[in-house]
Design a protein. Structure first.
Length: 201
């Protein structure tokens, strides 16, 4: 008898004939309230994102360029996904930028797959206009464009809408940690500044 079998035999003997708990196959998840109006969902999203010390600016699609320019005020070079369909001044398209290249830019602009109102989370599945994960993690400022139509009430709706086969980055505010003496330090694992531009259709 191997050591593993010996340990398992001891565990079985200790448990005796104790009944095994049932395995739940049909799980019922707590869902976000569905009675909230669309504007209430968007207002909750804005409130929760700002609660993470991120910035949110709402605009119409015609004002998107000017809104992004304002969010990038004071920055120099800006990394963008190669397939981003926006004109960004001083932008450096990502055609395989190295980590050293990305360390030399001040900001990044991406789109998002969706936003989650209940948690104030923005999700990138690295599709069109969202770029590789690394470009959203290395620059100090991340400006992320989220369409109002892509904001869902809760996590359940987000999981249902996302393709599980795609890579995903879930972002809830700027990068921050309180690991050292419970003092909040920003920018350790990603951008210190996170700016969400919420665009009306």
């Amino acid at each position: 008898m191997s050591a593993r079998e010996e340990v398992l035999e001891s565990v079985r003997a200790a448990l005796g004939a104790a009944p095994r708990p049932p395995v739940l196959v049909d799980r019922t998840y707590r869902d976000a309230p569905t009675a909230a109006s669309r504007e209430e969902v968007l207002a909750l999203f804005v409130d929760r994102v700002e609660d993470y010390k991120a910035t949110v600016t709402r605009c119409r699609s015609g004002d998107l360029g000017a809104t992004i320019a304002a969010a990038l005020a004071g920055t120099g070079r800006v990394a963008v996904p190669a397939d981003l369909d926006l004109s960004i001044p001083a932008s450096v398209p990502d055609h395989g930028l190295t980590k050293a290249d990305l360390d030399g830019v001040d900001a990044v602009v991406t789109r998002a797959a969706l936003g989650i109102a209940e948690t104030g989370t923005v999700v990138l599945d690295h599709g069109t206009g969202q770029g590789r994960r690394v470009i959203s993690l290395l620059p100090d400022r991340h400006v992320c464009v989220v369409r109002e139509s892509d904001v869902v009430p809760g996590v359940t709706q987000a999981v249902a809408a996302l393709d599980p086969a795609r890579p995903q980055t879930w972002i809830s505010g700027p990068s921050a940690t309180s690991d050292i003496e419970l003092s909040r330090v920003e920018g350790v694992h990603g951008p210190r500044q996170f700016h969400v531009v919420l665009v009306a259709e």
